[in-house]
Design a protein around this ligand. Structure first.
Ligand SMILES: CC(C)(COP(=O)(O)OP(=O)(O)OC[C@H]1O[C@@H](n2cnc3c(N)ncnc32)[C@H](O)[C@@H]1OP(=O)(O)O)[C@@H](O)C(=O)NCCC(=O)NCCS
Length: 150
């Protein structure tokens, strides 16, 4: 549990899933469902956190811990709460967790057109190391593959 500027950061719980799914559907064209997040909370290699304003979930981020790598699966912030460094804090917390676990590197995929997210990752030192052509099935957009050495 961690608090910054009135926002609490903690591990995701089953009771958070409804709030997470609302933000997910406002943030992505192919949103994950509640069933998918519930499954993730039972997935031993998954680690998810939320940002909360009181009881209300205002952001979330997660990763899969695969051997010595962390793969960020998703990150989103409620549109009303963006540009308040909430995503920055969540990424920092995921990086800290991954370092604690002695992981070697962190990776993620991001749409080539998602400039705000790419900017955010670059600030942490993520570097583009590859591109998956037509990765997003909904519209065929390419994905950049970014890596950070921990
Ligand atoms: C990307 C996202 C998670 C950023 O969340 P956030 O809490 O607003 O991010 P932060 O406030 O921590 O922003 C940190 C930095 O990222 C960059 N950034 C974030 N949003 C930006 C925007 N709309 N335009 C330009 N740069 C932006 C800026 O460098 C920003 O720093 P600054 O505010 O000092 O300029 C949020 O916009 C979101 O939920 N988007 C939809 C979901 C998504 O695209 N997730 C990523 C999938 S890979």
């Amino acid at each position: 549990m961690y608090e910054k500027d009135g926002i609490t950061f903690r591990k995701m719980d089953f009771k958070d899933v409804d709030g997470v799914v609302q933000i997910e559907s406002l943030s992505f064209s192919a949103p994950w469902t509640a069933a998918m997040f519930n499954e993730e909370l039972n997935n031993p290699i998954a680690y998810y956190i939320v940002a909360a304003d009181g009881e209300e979930v205002v952001g979330y981020a997660g990763m899969w811990l695969i051997i010595d790598e962390a793969h960020i699966t998703n990150i989103a912030v409620d549109p009303r709460y963006r540009r308040r460094n909430i995503a920055t804090t969540m990424i920092r917390l995921l990086i800290e967790k991954a370092r604690e676990m002695n992981l070697r590197a962190m990776t993620l995929e991001v749409r080539t057109g998602n400039f705000q997210a790419i900017e955010l990752y670059k600030r942490f030192g993520f570097k583009t190391e590859g591109c998956r052509k037509g990765y997003y099935r909904e519209d065929g957009e390419d994905a950049l593959i970014m890596w950070l050495t921990l």
